[in-house]
Design a protein around this ligand. Structure first.
Ligand code: KG4
Ligand code: ZN
Length: 333
């Protein structure tokens, strides 16, 4: 089955064509970073308008990349939530319209499910069951994944998501947008032990997270440094912040692996693209004898491939949505 996937939940238009036999055939992404950079964050209305401009041309280009046209498509899927409602509606409506016109099955897919199944697009797909650490701009959670649609939530952030902490830290230190890659760049060569930043909730036995205190600690450190800090200050603070986030994420993941008795870990979502996180997690899992799976960095952040793939798996299994399927801003996994 060849499935066209559409992702428009936030500020990236992602389109892909996935084949249940041959795997990923083509994928394209249009990022709106430039539009939102002026505002230091995603402006929902501008996001929706740009998705309207980009979606159909990008579908055409993706099909052309694969040397195919709509006649070759057997099913359509689009992200139905969670995300920005207006942005979601663009991709979902486009997907439903294509499916309706071509008399194809349609399915709305959960954005987080698409993220956590994304490592299966790589050469060494993880076998079920595995522990998933999902770290994006809107969510930070640990879940036991025993199959497609079989998710047990083990813990989540009680306040800011890990990506949000990166974004807010970047804003505070005036590093630019999007925040995660900006902080990672600014941290290069810094001393991660220069600032003694808190590790919120690591001493609690549960698997929940909290990142808002960490953001406050960064703010306090910045204030204490005054208006004219020495040149290495920002580099060291970013390195210390990044290390604190990664340290908390790893310690909670290790605890979850042990509590759930799992020996495979999947890290997905935008923060999973962080190079320091990838290095630290690789060393720590090797020491424990735990299998580690990431999507390639481009498939950690939002993309159409993960949507075509996750929606494709469900369409192949016979699932379909009616034409009354609508987008939802909030949708628990
Ligand atoms: O998964 P994603 O693309 O969108 C959501 O579903 O939220 O995640 C975006 C988040 C943003 O907060 C962004 O700052 C963060 O992922 N991010 C990173 C990196 N690349 C993206 N955080 C740290 N290091 C990175 N290299
Ligand atoms: Zn995402």
């Amino acid at each position: 089955m060849r499935v066209l996937g559409i992702e428009t939940s936030c500020d990236e238009t992602g389109i892909a064509l996935w084949d249940s036999e041959a795997g990923l055939l083509a994928h394209r992404l249009h990022s709106q970073t430039e539009i939102h950079a002026t505002y230091g964050g995603v402006v929902p209305e501008l996001a929706s308008r740009d998705h309207i401009r980009r979606t159909i041309p990008l579908v055409e280009r993706t099909l052309a990349d694969a040397g195919l046209d709509l006649d070759a498509v057997d099913g359509v899927t689009a992200t139905a939530g969670p995300g920005l409602l207006g942005a979601l509606l663009v991709g979902l409506s486009a997907g439903k319209a294509i499916a309706f016109a071509r008399e194809l099955p349609f399915l709305g897919i959960h954005h987080l499910e698409a993220h956590l199944l994304a490592p299966a697009l790589e050469e060494r797909p993880p076998e079920f069951p595995f522990l998933a650490l999902l770290v994006s701009g809107g969510h930070t959670l640990l879940a036991e994944v025993s199959g497609v649609g079989r998710y047990r939530l083990l813990g989540q952030s009680l306040d800011d998501a890990a990506g949000e902490a990166f974004d807010k830290t970047a804003k505070l230190l005036e590093l630019g947008f999007p925040g995660g890659p900006a902080v990672a760049r600014a941290a290069e060569g810094g001393d991660a032990a220069a600032f003694d930043l808190p590790r919120p909730m690591v001493d609690k036995p549960n698997l929940d997270f909290s990142f808002s205190g960490l953001k406050t600690a960064v703010l306090n450190a910045a204030k204490a440094a005054g208006d004219d800090p020495d040149p290495g200050f920002r580099t060291d603070l970013c390195a210390s912040f990044q290390e604190a986030v990664v340290d908390v994420l790893w310690r909670k993941s290790a605890r979850a692996l042990e509590q759930a008795g799992l020996d495979r870990l999947v890290v997905a979502g935008g923060v999973g693209a962080n190079a320091h996180l990838r290095t630290r997690f690789a060393a720590a899992t090797e020491e424990l004898g735990v299998g580690l799976h990431f999507p390639r960095p481009d498939f950690c952040t939002d993309n159409g491939a993960m949507v075509a793939h996750a929606g494709g798996l469900r369409l192949v299994a016979g699932e379909r949505d009616g034409w009354d399927r609508t987008a939802v801003a909030r949708w628990p996994l």
